[in-house]
Design a binder for this molecule. Structure first.
Ligand code: SF4
Ligand code: SF4
Length: 203
């Protein structure tokens, strides 16, 4: 697992996230779902068996999750599995408000899902002049190193730097180097480069 501190932030601090699935017409559908718990095997959330969301999870086994607070965002896409009532007691202990929603013995309507293989990112614009992004990996998901990179065709003209909103390109070397942690993925460098030396990778 890479980026545990961001997963902890998602579950313990932000807590409520937008979770996307696909509806019966093939369109994206979102709803707010609480991220209840995490451990070294993934992130856990739950829903009631009577909901359309439950049926979509059981059919699709895949979700996209986004959440933000104070200009800091966590986004993840990946595979989920239904683990039935496993972790339900822990989840209710950790989130006591659930005992008020599902009182007495009514919690049997709920089943737990685990996001066990996912990739995504943490994106922080709380300091707008110096944005920060970092990778999150759960399970054996692969990183696609998405972003802009400069190849050996670079002639060091610095045009990319002049158009970079975050000035996150090291122009003291040739080829110049994009600092991936501070890059907005805006594409200005890609568009302006006269040598086509800026390469776009990943999703
Ligand atoms: S614009 Fe292209 S050639 Fe010029 S410094 Fe940037 S990457 Fe190198
Ligand atoms: S994609 Fe945008 S922010 Fe990133 S290095 Fe290029 S110009 Fe700068």
């Amino acid at each position: 697992m890479i980026g545990v501190k961001y997963i902890k932030m998602l579950v313990d601090d932000i807590h409520s996230a937008s979770v996307a699935t696909i509806d019966e017409n093939g369109h994206p559908q979102t709803r707010i779902i609480d991220m209840m718990y995490y451990d070294d095997k993934g992130i856990y959330f739950l829903t009631a068996k009577g909901k359309k969301f439950y049926s979509q999870l059981m059919e699709q086994h895949y979700v996209a999750i986004s959440a933000s607070k104070d200009k800091k965002a966590v986004s993840l896409c990946g595979d989920i599995e239904n683990i039935g009532s496993q972790k339900l007691d822990i989840i209710f202990e950790k989130n006591p408000y659930m005992k008020e929603i599902y009182r007495e013995d009514t919690r049997h309507a709920l089943e737990v899902f685990r996001l066990y293989k996912a990739s995504g990112e943490y994106f922080d614009i709380s300091n707008p002049a110096h944005i920060f992004r970092d990778e999150i990996i759960i399970g054996n998901a692969q990183s696609d190193n998405a972003g802009y990179y400069v190849d050996n065709g670079c002639i060091g003209c610095k045009l990319c730097y002049s158009k970079c909103p975050q000035k996150c390109i090291d122009i003291s070397v040739k080829p110049v180097v994009i600092n991936q942690s501070n890059c907005l993925h805006c594409g200005n460098c890609f568009e302006i480069c006269p040598q086509r030396a800026v390469v776009k990778k990943g999703k």
